[in-house]
Design a protein around this ligand. Structure first.
Ligand code: SAM
Length: 353
């Protein structure tokens, strides 16, 4: 058997690879090897989650951001962005609409917008929890104080998504002039310690990113053991300093999704909107390479296009109901079954049993 086949088998059988092994795999993988990798990732996903793909309703509630990430279209210094901020009542209307469409997980995502004080967020989460005791409330609002995370958890939030973006300190610091590598990691550790189901993750194809960096991303995730893992291609936005860089590719991103499935087999892995933007079948291909979550957008159509992290983002004109049915069709066409339930991670649901 070739070295590559030995490595792919090892990943499948043991759910572990060293950093050097991952680098070898990334540097030498062929088209045929990729097919083997994806089939192992698919088998692994099925062993933990069967044919289910979980749907989450994504509400992008503000595009104001105090940070200045070099890659991001809503970075603070992009003066061309038309900024918007949904009021708590508007966010609750989105939840009402999402609930009627059948969603039982809401993901509240925004730029880092301190207009939403602890008091505003606590009251909002309490109200969502009161209206819908059974839903999962997921936050993706960036860096805050540990005390804030604690009070949001106490008021009813259950999950938190915060990509670590890249496990290379040097690359992280180059891309995030207003942020510190250690702070991001400290936030993730604090969120985990508080008891949130935590989602970390990274972008693929960042300028200057090496196979060693990507291998380190997977090793970091393996050690952190997050419940959720978000992996998407970097897509350049012309109004950012990285506007003329090359973006991440479909194949490279699918390889990282499949490896994440093999190394952290019980995690929830979204098939990202960014992959759907890169390729018309990108999300279906990710589902066949180990992803098992899709996050249809339920942000009001009136502001959707303003949440442009990158350009040509799909679904800009769709109504929330269009998104739900379009996604369900895609999930079925990829050979899976859409599940609108809370969709807790395998680990947290087995802990509760
Ligand atoms: N502010 C929150 C945070 O920092 O976690 C959540 C919003 S942030 C815009 C969501 C994610 O978008 C980031 O974690 C980043 O990985 C991704 N993102 C931003 N710009 C992107 C780009 N140009 N291409 C692909 N993904 C991008």
């Amino acid at each position: 058997m070739s070295d590559m086949h030995n490595l792919l088998n090892k990943a499948y059988e043991t759910n572990d690879l060293t950093k050097v092994e991952i680098m070898y795999l990334l540097e030498n993988i062929t088209h045929e090897d990729r097919a083997v990798l994806y089939s192992y990732a698919l088998k692994t996903k099925k062993a933990y989650y069967g044919d289910k793909v979980y749907l989450r309703g994504l509400i992008e509630f503000s595009n104001f951001c105090r940070q200045d990430c070099l890659y991001c279209g809503i970075r603070a210094s992009n003066v061309n962005v038309e900024r918007y901020r949904l009021t708590p009542e508007e966010i609750l209307d989105c939840c009402d609409q999402g609930y009627k469409l059948g969603y039982r997980t809401f993901v509240l995502q925004s730029g880092e917008d301190l207009w939403y004080t602890d008091e505003i967020l606590v009251a909002l989460i309490q109200e969502i929890r009161k209206r819908y005791p059974e839903v999962a409330i997921t936050l993706s609002i960036g860096e805050r104080r540990a005390e804030t995370y604690q009070s949001l958890f106490a008021s009813g939030a259950d999950r938190f998504l915060m990509r670590h973006e890249t496990a290379s300190k040097e690359l992280y610091e180059r891309l995030h002039p207003t942020m510190r590598f250690e702070d991001r990691r400290a936030c993730l550790s604090a969120l985990k310690a508080i008891g949130y189901q935590v989602g970390a993750g990274f972008m693929v194809g960042l300028p200057g990113q090496t196979p060693a960096d990507l291998a380190e991303d997977l090793r970091y995730l393996k050690n952190l053991r997050p419940d959720m893992i978000g992996i998407g291609p970097f897509i350049p936005h012309s109004q950012t300093p990285l506007g003329t860089e090359k973006g991440g590719t479909l194949d490279d991103t699918l390889v990282m999704v499949a490896l994440a499935r093999l190394l952290i087999p019980d995690s929830l892995i979204p098939s990202t909107t960014a992959l759907g933007t890169l390729h018309p079948q990108g999300r279906e291909l990710a589902l066949r390479a180990g992803a098992n979550v899709v996050m249809p957008i339920i942000t009001p159509t009136s502001v959707r296009k303003q949440y442009a992290l990158y350009e040509n983002k799909i679904c800009g004109d769709d109504q929330p109901e269009d998104c739900r049915y379009c996604i369900e069709r895609r999930i079925q066409s990829a050979g899976f079954e859409a599940d609108l339930g809370r969709g807790d991670s395998y680990r947290s649901s087995s802990l509760e049993d």
